[in-house]
Design a protein around this ligand. Structure first.
Ligand SMILES: Nc1ncnc2c1ncn2[C@@H]1O[C@H](COP(=O)(O)OP(=O)(O)OP(=O)(O)O)[C@@H](O)[C@H]1O
Ligand SMILES: [Mg+2]
Length: 409
């Protein structure tokens, strides 16, 4: 290859800092994976209150403020070094992992891709410390500051040293922001007893709250907080016990048009409290729902509790993919449970349809305009943020699907 590698026959180690920068870009893919790592660190630190503060939708900076355990001074120097962690010592520990983090890579990767500072205080210190790290994760400045017990991590100018990614980030900021809010919704749904707040400050506007939860103690209460009571009333509980100590708790759309959504944007899957991608489960849920409501996608919020030895989370750098030791029996049991739900729903749905014809006020009866417990105003959000649009208040269906349109069908 001309103009490429000059000494093509010599194999040499890549400079450590270059390796770091290359790998960091795989751990931190985008805005949501960056914020996700910080939120997970806060959860691992036992925080019951986590605030995510964005500037310019995260383009300028993002900050995660928690009331967790804090970081003790003996760890200040090594905090942001690659593969330095308090959560894992040896390989077998991976099999009994109960924390979100385990590789000691997140903070070091964030250092490589943005300007990282930390403010922290444990219960043993009277004052907090403000720490500044350089691109390689070395501590470069330290000063005392005032703060409650807990940690604040701030990242400014993410991707500013990766020209292509930086340009993409800027160009796609609306999409990135939407993805982030959707991801924060996932944590808001699954985290019990944790108050989550996300704010954004854009231009000269005042800080606006885009997500706020109360730290309730059940999945049901969290769903009501995040999506509202009327959405919750369109859901059916799913509880099942699968072999190998695997239990599923969740909620899925009832059958019948109007209970689902026109896009599959509210499908959340969790394994032991970790939001993960489960394409096979998603496919199964959508396939079975089609028999109950052929024109829409279900809302599906499913939490799997699995013994730690029965799955592997060390599959992709962003920890979103899971390998199960017995995936087929999980899918089979889920299929049977959902088939049962939809076959019984189908019967009651048919009865409802007969009643509907004698009721002119159908749509307004089925879709009362309940108040959403937390509903940020739409004008604060970029165009394609998939959550919390005003138009779907009181509806399980998508924005734009008005009761009038439903009546016509
Ligand atoms: N908000 C926080 N509160 C308390 N300790 C924290 C916080 N954030 C990070 N830490 C400490 O810093 C260490 C490094 O964090 P980092 O996220 O880089 O790695 P990790 O969480 O151990 O693993 P992973 O790379 O898989 O996330 C953690 O192990 C933890 O001890
Ligand atoms: Mg971490």
């Amino acid at each position: 290859m001309e103009g490429g590698v000059k000494e093509s026959h010599v194999i040499r180690p890549i400079n450590k800092n270059v390796v770091h920068r290359i790998c960091a870009g795989q751990v931190i893919l985008d805005l949501s994976s960056a914020v996700k790592e910080l939120v997970e660190n806060s959860l691992d630190a036992g925080a019951t209150s986590i605030e995510i503060a964005l500037k310019e939708y995260g383009l300028e900076s993002f900050q995660v403020i928690d009331n967790g355990s804090g970081i003790s001074p003996q760890n200040f120097n090594v905090l942001a070094l690659k593969h330095h962690t308090s959560k894992l010592l040896d390989f077998p520990d991976l099999q009994s992992l109960t924390t979100f983090g385990f590789r000691g890579e997140a903070l070091s990767s964030l250092c490589a891709l943005g300007d990282l500072t930390v403010e922290t205080r444990t219960i043993n210190e009277v004052v907090a410390t403000h720490l500044t790290y350089d691109r390689t994760g070395l501590l470069t400045a330290e000063r005392k500051t005032a703060r409650q017990v807990g940690t604040t991590v701030t990242v400014k100018k993410l991707f500013s040293n990766l020209p292509v990614r930086s340009k993409e980030f800027r160009r796609n900021i609306r999409k990135e922001y939407g993805k982030l809010i959707s991801l924060l919704n996932a944590y808001a749904l699954i985290a019990k007893g944790v108050r989550l707040v996300c704010t954004n400050t854009a231009g000269k506007n005042v800080r606006s709250v885009v997500l706020k939860t109360q730290g309730s103690g059940s999945l049901q209460d969290n769903i009501i907080t995040v999506f509202g009571t009327s959405t919750f009333s369109c859901l059916e509980p799913v509880t099942l016990s699968i072999s190998d100590g695997c239990v599923v708790e969740g909620f899925i759309s009832k059958s019948g048009y109007g209970s689902g959504r026109n896009i599959g944007d509210r499908q959340f899957f969790f394994v032991n409290g970790r939001p993960v991608d489960m394409p096979k489960v998603g496919k199964l849920v959508n396939e079975l729902y089609r028999g109950a409501n052929s024109r829409q996608y279900p809302i599906a919020i499913m939490s799997f509790s699995v013994p730690t030895r029965a799955y592997d989370v060390n599959v992709t750098p962003d920890k979103r993919k899971i390998f199960f030791s017995d995936e087929s029996s999980i899918l089979q049991s889920l299929r049977e449970a959902l088939e049962k739900i939809y076959s019984s729903n189908q019967a009651s749905y048919l009865v409802n349809r007969i009643d509907e014809h004698s009721d002119d006020k159908l749509a307004s009866n089925i879709y009362p305009q309940h108040e959403r417990s937390q509903s940020p105003s739409k004008h604060l959000l970029p165009d394609n943020v998939p959550v919390h649009e005003e138009g779907d208040d009181g509806l399980c269906a998508d924005v734009g699907t008005t009761p009038k349109q439903l009546r016509k069908k």
